[in-house]
Write a protein that binds this ligand. Structure first.
Ligand SMILES: Cc1cc2nc3c(=O)[nH]c(=O)nc-3n(C[C@H](O)[C@H](O)[C@H](O)COP(=O)(O)O)c2cc1C
Length: 197
């Protein structure tokens, strides 16, 4: 099958009107979205916060144990499901379908139908296990927590609502997108425009 085309995202911003302290103060899990899709700029900014490449040797906005870089980040949106390439700041199309409704088979919350994006934080734990052995599971979970918090704070700074999701079935979500063998979507963040606005 021929590869579907990539989408270049607008360059991420590195300054903004909301301070880090304000974003920390205001962050709350808010789950009622109005169904409006995210702009390419907002989606790109959220993905950059999670996994943008900002340093040498692939270093990203999110720390990982020994820079073993186990993280992979995906977005489920009305326009399809995408892998985020943080070095090129592009979306690689994994699936052209809107997977928000089928996602409910693996996390049954009808509010995700109105999310502008579900940011999927996945990991290839074997990359970290190759160096750290049995400590890898713990290190990967810590790293994904950093990534999710980056997304939550970035959403707050963009005036978007967001909430973290850990109650999904990772194997089911991996089959749905589908993700490569060995890559598990352990954590997700639903993001959208506030309901009533
Ligand atoms: C690891 C983790 C997993 C979570 N999983 C879910 C989830 O599956 N569904 C959900 O609605 N909220 C989920 N939450 C959000 C919590 O319910 C929420 O953070 C908590 O009630 C505190 O509220 P606050 O985020 O507004 O401070 C999760 C939070 C964390 C840290």
């Amino acid at each position: 099958m021929s590869r579907m085309p990539d989408t270049q995202l607008p360059p991420p911003r590195t300054t903004g009107p909301v301070s880090l302290e304000e974003a920390l103060l205001r962050r709350r899990s808010r789950r009622e979205f109005n169904g409006t899709p995210l702009s390419a700029a907002d989606l790109g900014q959220l993905l950059w916060a999670a996994h943008g490449v900002t340093g040498t040797e692939g270093r990203t906005t999110t720390p990982t144990a020994g820079n073993t870089l186990p993280h992979e980040v995906y977005a489920i949106t009305p326009a399809g499901a995408f892998r985020y390439d943080g070095a090129a700041h592009i979306l690689e199309t994994m699936n052209p379908a809107d997977l928000r409704a089928p996602l409910r088979a693996f996390y049954d919350d009808e509010r995700i139908l109105r999310a502008g994006a579900v940011i999927v934080l996945a990991a290839v734990t074997a990359r970290t296990a190759a160096r750290y052995g049995e400590r890898a599971d713990r290190y990967v979970a810590m790293g994904l927590g950093h990534g999710a918090q980056n997304v939550l704070l970035q959403a707050e700074a963009l005036g978007l609502w967001a909430y973290p999701i850990g109650a999904h079935d990772p194997e089911g979500v991996a089959r749905l997108i589908p993700l490569p063998e060995g890559c598990l979507p352990l954590y997700m963040v639903a993001v959208g425009h506030p309901a009533g606005k």
